[in-house]
Ligand binder design. Sequence first.
Ligand code: 13P
Ligand code: SF4
Length: 352
Amino acid sequence: ADDQAQERIRAARARLGSRAVLLCHHYQRADVYQHADLTGDSLKLARLASQTDAEFIVFCGVHFMAEVADILSRPEQTVILPDLAAGCSMADMANLAKVERCWRELTEVLGKPDELITPVTYINSAADLKAFCGEHGGIVCTSTNAPVILDWAFAQREKVLFFPDQHLGRWTGYKKGIPLDKMVVWDPDLEYGGLTPEQIRNARILLWKGHCSVHQMFQESHIRRWRMQHPDGLVISHPESNLDVCINSDYVGSTEYILKTITAAPPNTRWLVGTELNLVNRLAEEMKPQGKIVQFMAPTVCMCSTMQRIDPQHLAWALENLADGKVVNAIRVPPHEAELAKVALDRMLAVS
Ligand code: 13P
Ligand code: SF4
């Protein structure tokens, strides 16, 4: 069945020609990734989506990435997500109702949050949250540009509300020298985030209590044990990992950064990698001829189950429908939401 799906993808692509471009995130499974026209991390894919002329942008990634592609592409272009169930569990940890409630509670404590707090949303979030940031003088960030975005945010106002990933927010703040006790976790399921008015007033960064289920598996103890066996080895992690993992890594950065760093490293080096397994497996295979050894950080298998949903069968089905003139699984962000989200995304693209 798999071979059949591969053949169907090739045939449908041949019928579509340059009308369709296939954008692929680095976490995509090998049997999908091999069909990519262009690959990247979230920031690179956002830029690529804004630059392509193709009529159909077939997005092999997750829902929030396809939304960004829709917002940044032209109205006559259509973004297709081959399986609409490909979400992001971290993105789902924040929603508009909870963020608005947070803003209301901050208003009660601080008076005017619009003058005191810059809302920063990680790109791993729904379009309406990006719109919220657009409306309230905020901005979007990715794992690549989080440091410059944080500088921008603090240049506007004295505090930052960072959602939904507490780990990226904390690591970025830590790198900027913000004391750990000035970064407090806002629990959206508790009144006032579970914080006292004093804690809210003292905070520089309010970190939303969200995380990535894949990256939470990586622990500092994995690094410590590995280093004992491989004292010359190098450790590289994605900033969605917890602070201890990031502090104890030699390099920290986005999926594109991880790929580039290991690709450019000298031959015969050994790497421990804290990010999703599909990317690590691909790197391990590709680096073998240069004698580079690439190992996965956690003892358990952890893949991003939602990225994994984009399989050859769904891709073949979507492409065949497009080739037959039938648009399926189009991602269309409502215009009013898209307009405000674009304000926050454009701020990000201008800064980074
Ligand atoms: P990147 O932008 O680094 O590709 O990260 C996206 C993501 O979801 C990582 O889990
Ligand atoms: Fe979301 Fe984590 Fe999957 Fe990235 S790896 S898409 S943050 S669930």
